[in-house]
Design a protein around this ligand. Sequence first.
Ligand code: BG6
Length: 492
Amino acid sequence: MQRAGICEQTDTHAVKIHDTLLLFGATGDLSQRYLIPSLIHLLRDRLLPTGFRLIAIGRQDYGQEGFRAWLHSQLPDEANRHREAFNDLLAGTEYVAVDLGDRASLASLLSRYADRPCVHYLAIPPHLFVPTCEGLQEAGLLDAPSRLVLEKPIGHDLASARAINAALRSFLDETRIFRIDHYLGKAPVQNLLALRFGNTLMEAVWHNRWIESVDILVAETAGVDGREGYYAQYGALRDMVQNHMLQLLALIAMEPPNSLDANSLRDEKRKVLRSLRPMTAADVVVDSVRGRYQVGVVDGRAVAGFDHESDCETFVALRARIDNWRWAGVPFRLVTGKRLAQRTTEVVVSFKPVSHWIFDRPPGDGAVPNRLVMQLQPDENIGLGLMGSLAAPEWGATELQPLSLDLSMAATPQRRIAYERLLLDALHGNQALFVTGDEVEAAWSWIDSISESWRAASLPTQTYPSGSWGPVDAANFLPATVPDKMRPVRKP
Ligand code: BG6
């Protein structure tokens, strides 16, 4: 199966490969876990531009040697496994301690890097976006063609997202703003595009005439784990649905773009996001479930519940409707939760029954619907569920059974961290896998309709034991891939 080659770009900076990365938040969690390891891997594979330099910016007062020693202590595996690339990266890295709240000192400490176009990666809390941009602007570091990369969350509702977007656009135009949704950097997510738009079979059936429902499940076994403060404010709806899940939904539901260039692709996603039907207080009572995990057992280990005075949810199930010609009448069930029974991300497309059933065994209502099951992580698998007959002639009747066609790739090519792809695209100026301000706002607009309706309807947060598949009321929202015996049931 071919991977989607999302490499076209229409902006005027397309051909400019930038070789200087200013990484803000270099000593933070994201940098340690993903960004610096990604750079090491890209360097190992000689994918970074010649003359690449990393300017690591943090609050701690490390000198150059102190930063290197700290990185060694934080990333012993990377240092051992990719020794040469690790050392090369460190040799090309300068560490600068900066107080991001102090615009003048930020500008004076960093202005020396304005000699070349830069990519500024803000892996920092959102309240520091604007002060940091002010300092960068003062230092001339935001002049074209330099670029800005931002991590989520972009706001916590539509109003705050609009304010952030407006502030960003006062510093630089949209063609130089790269908003990350790391799900778009995952190869299996890009494969959704390949599957949809590279196959006649999919093109023919991909609409409400043939599709009964779509499920998108992002189940995690991890808990809130040290992010209680953030989670209490955001909950699963804002943390996972507003971005990752709606991006998956947009890729599945969008109209075919006329090419893979950034504008065509993102225009189509934005249209889908704008077609999401807002939920009312009456809707959320039937079309949503909120949950919060309690003590339980995950992967054989006893774990604590999430205790917090706020009533934020760690699980959410939604039945979304897309009001357009292609999807009218097709429910999109979105389910995500922490501390669930299994880590899996999957998209399940269930097809309508055949028009006329001619078999006795099973009778029509016993037929299992055709299903396309795309598991995106932890493993990448694609299966097509069909009905077929294995009956021997002496039975005297044709008996149909569910059969599964396994379309998985035999040998998955080397799996890259999503951030490797995204960092490379930001350096190359390719925006296709980054989210526009309009998409962010359209997504918030729908999310706000849900959170406001939850408030209006006083929708309670139900509990579920860690290691289960969520609250009892969510049973009907789960995809068919969750076995019946594992579904939550009400105790008699
Ligand atoms: C992040 C969320 O954006 O995505 C986390 O803030 C979540 O709460 C994570 O755990 C999931 O990402 P992945 O790549 O592990 O599926």
